[in-house]
Design a protein around this ligand. Structure first.
Ligand SMILES: Cc1cc2nc3c(=O)[nH]c(=O)nc-3n(C[C@H](O)[C@H](O)[C@H](O)COP(=O)(O)O)c2cc1C
Length: 436
């Protein structure tokens, strides 16, 4: 029966410790392919106790596959361990031997458990076909199986004909991947393989490499930190079936929770009626109403970082009717009462070193002024200002454009995916933690 583990060039199988490691220290002898294709022991001595990032490099079938050779070379030159995983279609365009020689690693022919422990999975180029498979969870080759089992960061660099890229099916798949935190680099406009011009060209290997390096640098940034994130919109009951709510989908908060998790934090997500699925690997506490958010957030007030991204009701009905209020000809007058200001309460009881981040969903430039005022009034470290007068960003949209307002500076994050915005917010949080 075939072994579940790759046998290295000395015929030994990785031990339990290697299987279970997280951020590995490599001391293995690495395999190396000679010019005539034979495996041979690498002449350089094995490295001991050096933490080396592990990168899985997926390559799919397209003309740009040859560019992945250069990407492999850049990763190896930077001192990373690269495991190439070519789809059977990619092997029609480039040879496995080239990648094995550049990476000095054998290509796995089945899904080995240690693969999913790597620090980063990069798929470059990503074909329309594999993009669709990743979006829908297909697992019909080693690359798609690895991607499905992989819990870490995934970076993809799509490359395809511009009509394939702009097709609504591809765009819907891109949205799905983006929503789940898969990082897209490109595609870019330019000359395509068929001699046409358009959007669909793979980003240059150097661009992909630089983004991967940035992501690797933050991989363990929040390790050992507890991060509390609130996401979604609360619903304040009027009776047993009706409520006062808002349009928040929870995408921004979910993106923050996922990004904090990817940076190594222990994440607790207060989920208020989410329209999207919470990310894997975080603890989820359902908080349907403003009172639920207040109770849970205050109970967890000792965490290192609090990101209050949920749209929590400022007012709730003073009385809620038991059962369903029957329809009649009378007007239904509501009296609303203020809810607990959770952020201000947390700020009032904060412990040393804790970072508090609030969100301000306001209209237009005047709203930015109110966000600045909120920073001082609530005593928080950072306010993320969201202009909700625009339909293309913010509430219930895929993208966001924000201004990060802190006492020291203001930083504008131009319109981009909520995953990228979450990354910018956590970069700022990391800076604030460093200053503590
Ligand atoms: C010459 C040639 C070039 C191709 N280039 C691309 C491409 O750039 N992007 C793409 O999505 N598909 C391209 N295709 C189609 C893919 O190879 C095809 O969809 C294949 O099934 C992809 O398999 P994979 O995703 O498993 O690697 C090309 C096909 C041929 C024959």
């Amino acid at each position: 029966m075939a072994s579940r583990w790759p046998v290295d060039n000395e015929g030994h199988q990785p031990d339990d410790d290697e299987q279970g490691r997280h951020h590995r220290c490599h001391s293995r002898t690495r395999a190396h392919v000679t010019e005539d294709g034979e495996q041979a022991a690498l002449l350089e001595p094995p490295r001991h106790n050096v933490s080396v990032p592990e990168i899985l490099l997926g390559v799919t079938g397209g003309i740009a596959a040859y560019k992945a050779c250069e990407l492999t070379r850049l990763f190896v030159k930077a001192g990373h361990e690269v495991t190439p995983i070519l789809t059977p279609e990619a092997e029609q365009f480039v040879t496995t031997k080239t990648f094995e020689a550049l990476a000095r690693r054998k290509m796995p022919r089945e899904l080995y458990p240690h693969l999913v422990e790597a620090d980063l999975l990069v798929v470059a180029p990503l074909s329309a076909n594999t993009l669709a498979k990743l979006a829908h969870g297909l697992a019909d080759n080693v690359l798609t199986q690895t991607a499905l089992a992989f819990g870490g960061r995934i970076v993809v660099a799509p490359a395809m004909n511009s009509r394939m890229w702009t097709n609504p099916a591809t765009q819907a798949n891109v949205e799905l991947l983006s929503e789940r935190g898969v990082e897209l680099v490109g595609p870019e406009p330019g000359e395509l393989a068929e001699g046409e011009h358009g959007l669909g060209r793979m980003s240059e290997p150097e661009t992909i490499f630089v983004r991967c390096e940035e992501l690797l640098a933050t991989a363990q940034e929040l390790r050992g930190k507890q991060v509390l994130v609130s996401a979604g919109g609360t619903r304040e009951p009027l009776d047993s079936v009706r409520f006062l709510g808002n349009r928040s989908s929870g995408r921004m908060g979910v993106a923050l929770a996922a990004e904090a998790r990817r940076r190594g934090a222990d994440v607790i997500l207060l989920a208020s009626n989410l329209a999207v699925s919470p990310p894997a690997g975080v603890e989820v506490v359902e908080t349907a109403t403003a009172a639920d958010v207040a109770r849970e957030a205050l109970a967890l007030r000792d965490v290192d970082v609090v990101l209050m991204a949920a749209a929590v009701a400022d007012y709730r009905p003073a009385e809620s009717v038991a059962g369903k209020r029957p329809k009649d000809r009378e007007a239904w007058a509501l009296r609303l009462e203020p809810t607990t200001d959770v952020l201000a309460e947390l700020a009032g009881r904060r412990r040393n070193g804790q970072i508090l981040v609030g969100f301000a969903a306001e209209h237009g430039e005047a709203g930015l002024e109110r966000a600045r005022a909120k920073l001082a009034a609530k005593g928080v470290d950072l306010v993320v200002f969201n202009d909700i007068s625009r339909a293309d960003v913010g509430f219930d949209a895929q993208d966001n454009e924000v201004v990060l307002v802190s006492a020291q500076e203001e930083r504008r994050v131009e319109k981009t995916s909520k995953t990228r915005v979450a990354s910018a917010i956590l970069d700022e949080v990391a800076r604030l933690l460093d200053r503590r």
